[in-house]
Design a protein. Structure first.
Length: 315
């Protein structure tokens, strides 16, 4: 699931793009931001669908074997256990999953070789041989082979990952979230009633998190000039060209949080953006941003521009 750090990253990426764009359209860019968040969930649904596709390829493989001129015993009587994998069957009968497949128009026919590639790798593994050798199947054992397909075949195959990279431009940033969502789904599917099993939500509290990321994006951009003045007052000894755009955006977002999100403690805000600077800006950005934000915090406190309530009162 997406947490607040992931949401801050999404806002950061889109605010950075806004600064580079010739046309400034907050409303339109907010829509793009929310679409980029939704694409994480779409990626998750496509991955679940691919896992189902692999189990269903068992029937294709059996048909190919039946058409062989010289047949072996396993060609005449193929083991179709994977085709009836309990987790896969439950997923295919889940109303929520079916609705999402329809919503995102998931269809792997654009790359008919991908499931064959995965299945052939699976067929050559000892894990699959052991799975087939066990005459019975529990829900847990059905999940185990799905986990193996996901973790050891799909996520290890560069060709398959490239397909996802081409379809989802933020794959490099988002795929870890998607992995966690698939893992949580495997853990949570426990009921024999398919309608009782729930897909993983995009976040722990999407109504609240959705409001957070939208407010962060909009308030930061609407108050861009105001926040720029606060930064300029504390960087008078710096030429503006020497301050990286990413550093400026990180500071503006931090100022926005301090001033507009009363339930978020100031220390949490500052630490979050210092942490982001390590991944998204220069090696010296962390100490620079920390120093400037500390001074701006003092200015905001003197002008009583920061008002915190509840958990936000925690320093």
């Amino acid at each position: 699931m997406l947490n607040r750090r992931h949401l801050r990253i999404k806002a950061l990426q889109n605010i950075f793009a806004w600064h580079l764009a010739d046309r400034k359209d907050i409303k339109g860019d907010l829509k793009i931001l929310m679409q980029s968040i939704d694409s994480v969930y779409e990626m998750y649904i496509w991955m679940l669908s691919l896992l189902v596709e692999v189990t269903e390829y068992t029937a294709n493989d059996a048909a190919d074997r039946a058409n062989k001129f010289l047949k072996k015993e396993e060609d005449i009587n193929p083991n179709l256990k994977l085709l009836n994998n309990k987790f896969s069957v439950m997923l295919q009968q889940n109303p929520q999953y079916l609705a999402e497949i329809k919503k995102y128009k998931v269809d792997w026919s654009f790359d008919p070789e991908i499931r064959k590639t995965i299945y052939n790798s699976l067929k050559a593994s000892k894990e699959y041989a052991e799975y087939l050798a066990n005459p019975g199947e529990t829900l847990e054992s059905s999940k185990d082979i799905i986990k193996y397909i996901f973790r050891k075949i799909i996520l290890k195959n560069q060709g398959i990952l490239q397909v996802f990279e081409e379809k989802f431009i933020n794959w490099q940033v988002d795929h870890e979230v998607m992995k966690g969502m698939v893992a949580k789904t495997l853990k949570n599917f426990n009921s024999d009633d398919p309608s009782e099993n729930k897909l993983t939500e995009i976040s722990a509290d999407w109504p609240e998190d959705s409001k957070f990321v939208q407010d962060l994006f909009v308030h930061t951009l609407q108050n861009d000039s105001k926040y720029q003045e606060l930064i300029a007052d504390r960087t008078k000894n710096w030429e503006s060209e020497r301050i990286a755009l990413m550093d400026t955006i990180l500071m503006k977002m931090a100022i926005c949080e301090m001033m507009n999100f009363p339930s978020i403690p100031v220390k949490v805000t500052i630490n979050e953006y210092l942490d982001l600077s390590k991944d998204y800006s220069t090696p010296k950005s962390n100490s620079f941003i920390n120093g400037i934000l500390d001074k701006i915090l003092g200015d905001l406190q003197k002008s009583k521009s920061i008002k915190k309530v509840g958990r936000g009162l925690i320093e």
